[in-house]
Design a binder for this molecule. Structure first.
Ligand code: ARG
Length: 254
């Protein structure tokens, strides 16, 4: 019995020495911090988009994720991917968390866990200034541009039929298709819609709310520990005003 005990002790000592060696090898403080890998689709201003340098992803989600990582003592890495592969990526562990202006819905809740919600999104309709489309009902029989896999895509496909919905990999491409007459309108979240309309001539957003939604981060159902930690961090960042400050920085009050 004593021998076994001594052996276990010896193994533990070697193991802990090895662990120390590992951290001593760390050259920068950051290397010793655990990594938080965030997946997003960075063509969704002001939530996530590329800075003028064309390399850095900035925006509301990038800043909230950074604040969460800081609170948890983690280093944030952002991976840009197709929107419709984000949930698979978090389920498979390719990324730890998705921040992507991601709408909470029942179907997605079957495959991932959501954090607390931090913003509201509204699905709106972008049309050309001289369009005859004025209400949601006018969309019947029209060709609708959407970003593939988004809630806008899901609603329009359900309501107006797949044959009337054209999917694009991002909102900017859907808006370009509207400009060149390939689609009659684009259904997308209101904040990116404002940004696309501001940077394109001759477009307007209809004064009608197609759907009102909540945004939250998504985490694997296998990682309940991370979900708990992220929620704790987000609650603190909500309470101390950090989240509101980040939202106000990118979304100017009307
Ligand atoms: N809120 C919509 C959804 O969850 C669209 C989100 C698109 N996000 C993005 N980063 N492209 O389906």
């Amino acid at each position: 019995m004593k021998k076994i005990f001594a052996l276990i002790l010896a193994i533990l000592m070697v193991a802990s020495l090895a662990a120390c060696g590992g951290s001593n090898d760390a050259t920068t403080a950051d290397d010793s911090k655990p990594e938080l890998v965030m997946g997003t689709n960075a063509a969704f201003p002001p939530y996530e988009f590329y800075d003028e340098d064309g390399e850095t992803i900035i925006g509301i989600d990038a800043e909230i994720a950074q604040a969460v990582a800081d609170k948890l003592g983690m280093t944030l890495t952002i991976k840009d991917m197709e929107f419709d592969s984000l949930l698979t990526a978090v389920q498979s562990g390719a990324v730890d968390i998705v921040f992507a202006g991601l709408t909470v819905n029942e179907e997605r809740k079957q495959s991932v866990d959501f954090s607390m919600t931090y913003a509201t999104g509204v699905q709106v309709i972008i049309v050309k200034e001289d369009s005859e489309i004025a209400t949601v009902d006018d969309l019947a029989g029209k060709t609708i541009g959407v970003q593939a896999g988004t809630t806008g895509d899901i609603y329009c496909t359900d309501e107006f039929g797949q044959e009337n919905v054209k999917q694009f990999t991002n909102g900017a491409l859907a808006v370009a298709a509207l400009q060149n007459g390939q689609v009659d309108c684009v259904v997308i979240d209101n904040e990116p819609a404002k940004s696309f309309v501001a940077s394109n001539d001759g477009l307007k957003i209809l004064d009608t709310e197609y759907a009102v939604e909540d945004y939250a981060a998504a985490i694997s159902k296998d990682n309940t520990e991370l979900t708990a930690k992220v929620n704790e961090a987000m609650e603190a960042l909500k309470a101390d005003g950090t989240i509101d400050k980040i939202l106000a920085k990118y979304i100017k009050a009307e």
